[in-house]
Design a protein. Structure first.
Length: 164
């Protein structure tokens, strides 16, 4: 099977989506919160987006890149510091997908696939598994990136994505 998009086209969609979210939502606030190790939630979400696209592209998967990219960027759009000693953050791993989904719905249009990505990226901690190819890919990419961040074995993300 052949990829429907060139890698340059996929990169263009990534940059356009980051720019749109930076300008029209509270996505830039995710730079203020640490996710794993010393990686911000913003950097983590960008790395998950990039890893998701790399996986889909290498597998020549028939995915909707626009929806997968937006869902990957918003999968951890919970907008709080989960490391704070706040009782509401105690079960963060189980509860943050719902909060991220609520925030995303409040701030932008969220498609069914994007909602699937956001709500189910923590499977198997979330009881319901991903329903779409895009959500399964982001779920896998999130675990790969989180492991690398926790073990301080990070991929270098080019500045064009972080500073978009």
């Amino acid at each position: 099977m052949k990829n429907r998009y060139t890698w340059d086209e996929v990169e263009a969609v990534m940059l356009e989506t980051i720019k749109d979210l930076n300008e029209n939502t509270q996505f830039l606030k995710t730079k203020d919160f640490i996710q794993h190790g010393d990686v911000s939630v913003y950097e983590h979400c960008v790395m998950v987006m990039l890893k998701s696209c790399e996986i889909a592209f290498k597998l020549k998967a028939d995915v909707d890149y626009e929806q997968m990219i937006k869902g990957a960027l918003l999968h951890d759009y919970f907008l709080y510091d989960w490391h704070d000693n706040d009782p509401s953050h105690r079960l963060h791993g189980f509860s943050h997908p719902k909060k991220a989904y609520e925030n995303a719905q409040r701030d932008t249009y969220i498609s069914k696939v994007e909602g699937d990505i956001i709500r189910h990226h923590m499977f198997p901690l979330t009881a319901i598994p991903p329903q779409s190819k895009e959500a399964w890919i982001v779920c896998m990419a999130d675990k790969i990136c989180a492991t690398k961040e926790t073990l301080h074995v990070q991929d270098t993300v080019t500045s064009k994505f972080i500073s978009a």
